[in-house]
Write a protein that binds this ligand. Structure first.
Ligand code: 5GP
Length: 190
């Protein structure tokens, strides 16, 4: 997606060879016009997949996932990273190792919001090692749903997540796949 790649080159910052900062348009401040285009692109890519529901992981997945749900006219469910006292019944959980926090958290889904027979498209902001995606998939499948696709706004293709998911049989689409980066330099796959 050229618009996204241009934005990453103009406003993204590779902190080092592993971490890309895009908090001016995706993770902290949100460019909603760009997110609208992101949602429309995911809708186009997965138009043939028979998706019935969009899922994401709080918080940075919410903006692109909400725009995808809007573009596909489907419901959106947000998996939680922390559990509050009002979220205790009918939940399933899975430990996920956070790439950015370098610590585990309990990913939580209320089963009420995903139904057996659902064909879910899981949307997230980044794909690195695939921990978040595999955790989300495990919960969605435990709830009886099928995962018909995984969409990531940015994939760091030099990290193993995308390949691991594809090898496991999941359809993965990345709108921008970074092939390598270092401080001040970002390169994309063709
Ligand atoms: P994974 O679980 O695939 O290892 O990492 C994906 C999750 O970690 C995403 O949900 C995203 O929030 C975060 N993440 C991974 N790499 C980056 C990065 O380079 N920059 C930012 N901002 N977040 C990242």
């Amino acid at each position: 997606m050229d618009l996204l790649k241009q934005k990453i080159l103009a406003e993204g910052r590779a902190l080092n060879e592993h971490v890309l900062l895009v908090d001016c348009f995706l993770n902290h401040q949100v460019d909603v016009k760009l997110m609208k285009a992101v949602g429309e692109e995911f809708a186009r890519l997965f138009a043939d997949a028979g998706i019935t529901r969009i899922a994401t992981i709080e918080s940075s997945g919410i903006a692109p996932a909400a725009m995808t749900a809007l573009a596909m006219d489907l419901p959106l469910v947000i998996m939680k990273k922390s559990v509050s006292s009002i979220l205790s019944e009918g939940i399933i959980q899975r430990e996920v190792f956070s790439f950015t926090k370098n610590a585990p958290y309990l990913l939580t889904l209320k089963t009420q919001f995903v139904h057996p027979g659902d064909n879910v498209l899981l949307i997230d902001d980044f794909m690195a090692n695939g921990e978040a995606a595999f955790g989300g998939i495990a919960l969605l499948e435990k709830a009886g749903a099928k995962v018909g696709g995984v969409g990531t706004v940015i994939a760091k293709a030099f990290q193993p997540g995308m390949e691991k998911l594809r090898k496991a049989g999941y359809r993965v689409e990345a709108l921008a796949a970074v092939s390598s980066m270092s401080e001040g330099r970002i390169e994309f796959e063709d």
